[in-house]
Write a protein of this length. Structure first.
Length: 567
DNA sequence: GCCGTTTTCGGCCCGACTGTTTTCAGTCG
């Protein structure tokens, strides 16, 4: 995507300008457009061709020219100029925690620091600490910052961060009677990965709570500990920030620290024009507090609905909230069943009966067992005769079990020629057929998937892009073409809820809805415990602005079976 | 560099913590 590349260049221009002490709002202008471009669904070349560049928020005359130049010549002269003044190697040093543009400029000007090894030398021989304005402690912090910088700061998956946040909150609740405590930041917005964990508490005992926080068992290092704010590194190397605010300001603080930053900047801009100030202690008209106890109150005071945290990315939700048009998003209680679960018959670990029991416990009405098909040998895929036995087992279980219905499904491989791994005579016996590409990730995946959708038995495409958050980009695929075909054939696309997949992701889920495609959420659980990943899948759907009407999991078992049987 | 139901000029979100200041700058989120 060209918009991603342009976004990267703008970010680097922003870095270079910042280093040179350029006006922070000019820097911000580049950053804002970089962010918009990086998540834009529409093709930038189409926008350019239709003369609509200036309609992109934050794109004015100058930036429009840069974009045009890139699309016509493949480069941006402004970028080349800035890079000549400030080499990339130098810019990169700003990523060191504690090292901002000012400090770096000082080190560069006074000591000629040009790269990481220069910087290390300046620290070791004491010359950095000798610069006026810097001192031993500051240099000590930069030294620690370098250690973290070199460790390749990785973002951690939501599915790992959530339990850790819950553990920390439980630890604090055990020591204090805190009723108001919540995750904030990207964790509360349920982004697929988070860089750190933000936790907010409402209490008058800030200092004590921060102290207790820094003494929790998982704390390896304390970065900061004040009266209202603490910051620690866990033994796994993850940063956790805690803020404590008075109870009467909890709503305002929750709004504030949930972000996103872009959402808040826009919100505060609106408040400003209304003569209102919003900060983490409340909403103020002059000196007078007009809201702050609850988040709803904060938004209400600005004449808006309160958008769910998952929507707060400045993707148009503020405009909707002002018009009172925030959609009803899908919620966990809407989910009647899981559409992608493996049992011990292929590569899962649970007995079907055990899985059904857990599904009932979760309040589901049904659960679809979808073991692998025969070509998926690495996953102990089932030959036809075995599938028939599993179907029989499920029929017998359904006679016996109360309060839950098991659907006999399969995760059928989409083969290199686009055909399915089971013949129609098997497929027609199943309650739900999920198709998936498990091999040949670079071999005409778009063509194979669209051809597979010509088979009327195929109802769901599992993990449609094949990406793994920690490991790989995914298939070479034209996802728009897949969505278009899915809409035409009535095939659903999956949000795979495994924490390392979350595939489709939020933006693709949003795109799918616009294309008229239904979404199926499947945990891809290989053990009973993994059925809990449903909350991650629902989170992605909510981040994609999907409602219960978009999600197949909200249907009854009969409706799903009818869907499968109807060709 | 962008933007306009206050403005085509003069704003642009806002506060905590740290360290080095003797009243505040830099960094971070």
């Amino acid at each position: 995507m060209k918009s991603k590349e342009i976004s990267r260049l703008f970010d680097q221009i922003a870095d270079a300008l910042e280093f040179q002490g350029e006006n922070q709002f000019k820097v911000g202008a580049y950053r804002k457009v970089a962010r918009t471009l990086s998540e834009m669904a529409e093709d930038i070349e189409v926008i350019h061709r239709e003369g609509r560049l200036r309609e992109i928020p934050g794109v004015g005359e100058g930036i429009a020219q840069h974009i045009t130049e890139y699309l016509e010549t493949g480069k941006i002269s402004k970028y080349e100029e800035e890079l000549k003044k400030v080499p990339a190697e130098l810019i990169q040093l700003m990523d060191i925690p504690g090292m901002g543009p000012k400090t770096l400029a000082l080190a560069n000007k006074k000591l000629g620091v040009k790269n990481l090894s220069d910087l290390k030398k300046a620290i070791e021989n004491g010359s950095l600490a000798g610069i006026p304005g810097l001192g031993e402690k500051k240099v000590g912090n930069i030294r620690k910052g370098i250690a973290r910088f070199e460790k390749v700061k990785e973002r951690i998956p939501l599915g790992m961060a959530l339990p850790l946040a819950e553990e920390i909150m439980t630890g604090l609740r055990g020591k204090f009677k805190i009723t108001m405590i919540s995750p904030a930041g990207s964790l509360r917005r349920m982004r697929e990965t988070v860089g750190d964990i933000d936790i907010l508490a409402g209490s008058s005992q800030g200092k004590k709570i921060v102290e207790a926080f820094t003494r929790l068992p998982m704390v390896k290092e304390t970065l900061a500990a004040g009266d209202t704010k603490g910051s620690i590194i866990t033994d796994e190397g993850l940063q956790v920030d805690l803020r404590v605010v008075p109870e009467k300001a909890f709503g305002a603080a929750l709004q504030y620290f949930t972000g996103s930053q872009a959402h808040n900047v826009k919100l505060r801009g609106i408040a400003h024009k209304m003569g209102i100030k919003v900060n983490e202690y409340g909403v103020f008209r002059g000196e007078k507090l007009i809201a702050g106890q609850t988040e709803e109150g904060v938004y209400q005071s600005l004449g808006m609905q309160c958008p769910p945290p998952e929507m707060r990315e400045d993707r148009g939700e503020i405009e909707l909230a002002r018009e009172g048009k925030i959609p009803r998003l899908v919620e966990i209680p809407d989910i009647r069943g899981d559409l992608h679960v493996h049992s011990r018959h292929s590569d899962g670990s649970g007995e079907i009966e055990e899985i059904a029991g857990k599904a009932r416990e979760k309040g589901y009405q049904w659960i679809a067992i979808c073991d692998h098909s025969k070509s998926a040998r690495y996953a102990r895929g089932l030959p036809e005769a075995e599938v028939l036995k599993v179907i029989e087992e499920i029929e017998e279980l359904n006679q016996r079990l109360k309060g839950i219905r098991v659907l006999a499904g399969a995760e059928v491989d989409i083969l290199p020629d686009g055909s399915l791994d089971f013949p129609d005579r098997i497929l027609k016996k199943l309650d739900v057929v999920v198709g998936a590409v498990h091999q040949g990730f670079k071999k005409n995946v778009t063509g194979r998937m669209t051809r597979a959708m010509d088979n009327p038995y195929l109802k769901i495409i599992a993990h449609p892009t094949g990406r793994l958050i920690s490991a790989r980009e995914g298939y070479e695929i034209d996802i728009e073409a897949v969505m278009e075909k899915a809409a035409r054939t009535g095939t659903a696309l999956e949000i795979n809820a495994h924490y390392d997949r979350l595939d489709l992701d939020d933006l693709n889920a949003m795109k799918a809805k616009k294309a008229g495609v239904k979404i199926a959420i499947g945990t891809d659980a290989h053990s009973v415990r993994m059925l809990d990943y449903m909350r991650l899948g629902v989170a992605v759907a909510r981040r994609g602005w999907l409602g219960p009407e978009d999600i197949v999991n909200t249907w009854s078992a009969d409706k799903i079976i009818n869907w499968q049987k109807k060709q």
